[in-house]
Design a protein around this ligand. Structure first.
Ligand code: DAT
Length: 184
């Protein structure tokens, strides 16, 4: 086996990886790059699941948040949808929230971080209204995603990485792939 994680879980050939952090930190960009590189460099087939997109596509919500005009995802509905994929293994999850996910089938958590000015520019470029930008920057400052990760996963499964410059992406890729291999 390529990964230590999977040795313990004989039912999963490949580990599951969660990419998390405040909206705009670079989760989706990194998740896509990671999947491509694992294929290109290691010949491994991972599947990307953007949970936000999944929630919308499969309507995994019962409530609507009128303030921000977004659905409020339903924990159980999302977990029911993810369960077969996580049992199978080889999934790269991409989401800002992590506390509701099951701890056991997630082998590595990559927590991305970004400074306020860079995050502001990214969310502005995305066309978010100021209120939504402020809300998200406050979340990054108050470490909402970080706290959630630390409360939900053991320290040795968490990698906290800066995602501010383009070079960070390449660096982070090396760090994540090395971490997966090192534990072999
Ligand atoms: P998220 O999925 O966390 O919301 P994203 O992947 O959509 O974030 O990225 C938001 C924007 O920032 C997008 O235009 C790509 C850019 N970006 C992502 N990671 C970056 C990095 N390390 N350096 C510079 N720009 C980055």
């Amino acid at each position: 086996y390529f990964f230590i994680f999977s040795i313990k879980k004989m039912d999963r050939k490949l580990p599951n990886i969660l990419i998390t952090g405040t909206p705009g930190v670079g989760k989706t960009s990194f998740a896509v790059l990671l999947q491509e590189k694992l294929k290109e460099l290691k010949g491994l087939d991972f599947t990307n699941i953007n949970i936000g997109k999944l929630v919308n596509d499969k309507k995994l919500y019962k409530k609507w948040n009128n303030e921000f005009n977004v659905p409020e995802f339903d924990d159980d509905m999302v977990n029911d949808e993810l369960e077969p994929y996580l049992n199978e293994g080889g999934v790269i999850l991409d989401f800002h929230s992590s506390g509701f996910l099951p701890e056991d089938p997630i082998d590595l958590v990559v927590l991305l971080r970004c400074n306020n000015t860079e995050l502001y520019d990214r969310l502005k470029a995305r066309g978010y209204p100021d209120k939504k930008i402020t809300e998200n920057i406050d979340c990054e400052i108050m470490e909402v995603s970080s706290e959630e990760v630390r409360e939900s996963y053991k320290q040795d499964r968490i990698l906290e990485l800066r995602s501010e410059k383009i070079e960070d992406m390449e660096n982070n890729l090396d760090i994540v792939i090395n971490t997966l291999e090192k534990r072999n």
